[in-house]
Design a protein around this ligand. Structure first.
Ligand code: FAD
Length: 404
């Protein structure tokens, strides 16, 4: 009998966890499993704010896909997905095509700029590992340029971060730690440097516990971060940004604008014709795309309501990894001819937001944490993610052990 073909797109958290569990659940005679990713490495997206700020080398946050999978059971294809033809059950890659019987889409997120003029052209975004490397290199470059021009331009030392959500706060936390090193390296007085975090909502970290938000803002302000809360970015230009608060428009000149205020799913979702909202597909409880019995969607390309609070699950690595496990179980059931699929139910353990490597805030199992205990917990979470993907070996190789 012909073996069913399973194709997994994306070797991020959702794709890797699906693949790792598929290879455990299915034997080589049960199915042919193929994993496609545009790079031959997986990167820890949740560490990209550190790579962007230059506090973590990019090689620490990535590792070969083949070191995570059993290549005796899974065929790895390094290629870029260009389109999906669900009618013909084919995936169009840049260099070839693949047929599937079951498809898993885990192509992750892209930056969402909400139509704000100039952001796409002039702002950086922590979109992937190469974008993170570019931000780090750019910041080094503008600091190096400052003392090498006849007329000093303060905008070279002004870094604007759009968004005081999770990613924005984690990034400014790392930046605040990196800036003193940069000042020393390039002979720049610390007081010349501005890190400005702009947030349109009436608070930083909307949705987080207010006491923890206050702690985070105070700690970051102590390290020199300026917050502009309730302030909307209206436009980004070559010279900086225009912001608006209470009908007053202000220009902030800056050579470095990093947009960290919104994500959407991969554009491939829209291109392939899935019903979507901002390239995210409202999947069934068993993670199937609407109208499809053979296409599963996991991670940031998916959208699901948490029945416990009637609110959407946040697009997080935690959810993506757990979806990967359920998705693998459901494909294994379909291949075994079972009719009943497993319903996805997230086991949300909590959230920890770092404020640099030495400080953090979080709520874990309902308990509020801040300072060194939260920072310790953040590293435990990071190491656990490595363990789930690649076992003890990966934790020992790439884990974070600088606990204090
Ligand atoms: P990803 O992990 O992003 O993986 C997508 C994969 O698909 C990548 O390997 C990519 O190279 C590949 N790919 C994309 N397009 C193509 C293509 N066309 N062809 C081939 N391959 C392609 N979540 C948490 O739970 N906790 C945190 O602390 C946390 N911190 C974060 C910090 C930052 C700075 C950021 C940016 C996000 C953070 N998140 C966090 C969110 C989390 O990283 C995402 O929700 C998670 O990465 C989504 O997983 P995924 O599998 O959908 O996609």
């Amino acid at each position: 009998m012909k073996k069913p073909k399973i194709v997994v797109l994306g070797a991020g958290y959702g794709g890797i966890m699906t693949t790792v569990h598929l290879q455990k659940k299915l034997g080589t005679n049960d199915a042919e499993i193929t994993l496609v990713n545009k790079n031959d490495y997986h990167y820890e997206t949740t560490w990209l704010h550190e790579v962007s700020a230059g506090t973590l080398h990019h090689d620490r946050s990535r590792f070969p896909v083949k070191s995570l999978i059993n290549t005796g059971k899974v065929n790895f294809v390094k290629d870029t997905v260009m389109d999906i033809n669900t009618a013909e059950k084919r995936v169009i890659l840049e260099n070839s095509e693949l047929e599937y019987d079951y498809l898993v889409v885990g192509l992750g997120y892209e930056s969402e700029t909400f139509g704000i003029k100039g952001l796409k052209e002039y702002a950086f975004s922590i979109a992937n590992i190469n974008a993170a490397r570019q931000i780090r290199e750019h910041i080094d470059y503008v600091f190096a340029t400052y003392n090498n021009e006849p007329v000093k331009r303060d905008e070279l030392l002004t870094i604007v971060v759009g968004g005081a959500g999770f990613t924005g706060i984690e990034f400014v936390g790392e930046l605040a730690n990196r800036v003193p090193q940069l000042c020393k390296e390039f002979d720049i007085p610390r007081e010349k440097v501005r890190i400005i975090c702009v947030e349109a909502a009436p608070t930083a970290l909307p949705g987080f516990d207010p006491e923890l938000v206050e702690y985070a803002v105070t700690q970051l302000e102590r390290k020199g971060v300026e917050f502009k809360i309730g302030t909307a970015i209206k436009e980004c230009t070559e010279e900086g940004i225009l912001v608006e608060k209470d009908d007053q428009v202000e220009e902030i000149k800056s050579a470095t604008v990093v947009w960290a205020a919104g994500v959407r799913g991969s554009h491939i979702i829209e291109k392939a014709g899935f019903e979507n909202n901002r390239c995210r597909v409202k999947v069934s409880n068993s993670l199937l795309a609407p109208g499809h019995e053979d296409v599963f969607i996991v991670g940031d390309c998916s959208f699901m309501i948490n029945p416990e609070n009637d609110r959407p699950y946040p697009p997080t690595a935690q959810v993506a990894m757990q979806q990967g496990e359920t998705c693998a179980e459901n494909i294994a059931r379909l291949i075994r001819g079972e009719k009943e699929l497993k319903e996805f139910k997230a086991d949300l353990k909590g959230t920890v937001c770092s404020l640099g490597h030495d400080d953090a805030i979080g709520v874990v199992y309902g308990r509020k944490l801040f300072g060194s205990s939260a920072s310790f917990m953040k590293k435990v979470v990071d190491n656990r993610s490595l363990f789930l993907q690649g076992g003890v070996g990966l934790v020992l190789k790439k884990g974070k052990f600088n606990f204090f």
